[in-house]
Design a protein around this ligand. Sequence first.
Ligand code: TLP
Length: 345
Amino acid sequence: MHDIVDLRSDTLTLPTPAMREAMARAEVGDDVWEEDPTVQRLEDLAARLTGKEAALFVSSGTQGNLVSVLAQTRHGQEIVLDRDSHIFNYEGASAAVFGGVQTLPVATERGFLTAGQVRASMRPSNIHIPATGLVCLENTHNRHGGTCCTPEEIADVAAAARAHGIPVHLDGARIFNASVALGRPVADFARPVDSITFCLSKGLAAPVGSLVCGSRDFVARSRRVRKMLGGGMRQVGVLAAAGLVALESMVDRLAEDHANARALAAGLARMPRVRLDPGKVQTNIVIFQVDREGGSTELAAGCLARKVKIHQIGPGAIRCVTHKDVDREDIDRALDAFREITKPW
Ligand code: TLP
């Protein structure tokens, strides 16, 4: 039980005592010179877990996605992605700003492009038309409520892109949630794609950092791009040390977050004016609609007054994310708050 129940995001998780201890003891060096042994251990582990040749430690998921886009496209190209994806909605148009790349957003049902949609999005060779440069996927899918797609679905989409010679990037910010939910190793999700980014600072609770993984050649190009973006960090093993603890000890417990999200969704589904399908909650994100004029704002304010923080992600839409700093008692407290506020509705 915590004083404040913070369901706004799993990015709010605080580092564990084991992380802080590992950070204090970390052996470090200058990572721009590729001489930080702790960063190298983390990158080796990330490459092993994703089944890729190499990995690169970057400051954030946003930087990881941008590095991946810049390392695999040229100015004037187009990237194909889901309309609700993080890259399209929440990364400040960085691919356009820094890469001169335009996006082709496609509406999907669960957040995942199908092979047919990818085939239909490929541009023909014609001097008037931008050339397709990259296909981007997201798993789990944030705006679709933490939905997961299977490694086989990814392989299908990747094969459709590859048939046109187009590489595929996977924004796997929460790929460990997908891995735990579907009981499949992360490498199965990463195998079909050319590059994958995953975050240490969400459900895995490290304070900072993401990894970009792919072929040796891709990672060498990404290292150059990261430096251009000012992301070459020096004795950054102090952060990588927390990342190692995250990967070694925080993955299996994600199942607890998923169970808490299911409990939250089951309770919410019984409340008046709340619209959600609890059967769709596969991981740690619960998104629901409030069918009442101003209801979501009322709910967020009422919760805050009861020390429960939730996130309004659009008109009438609320997102709650479970994580290691929210336990079952906290879920019950949040449900009590929701019940009190919605009772007169
Ligand atoms: N998502 C954040 C916000 O930016 C919305 C959150 O609270 O969920 N890919 C996906 C799928 C993400 O959800 C996020 C962060 C990122 C990339 C970016 O990661 P960071 O925050 O490390 O730049």
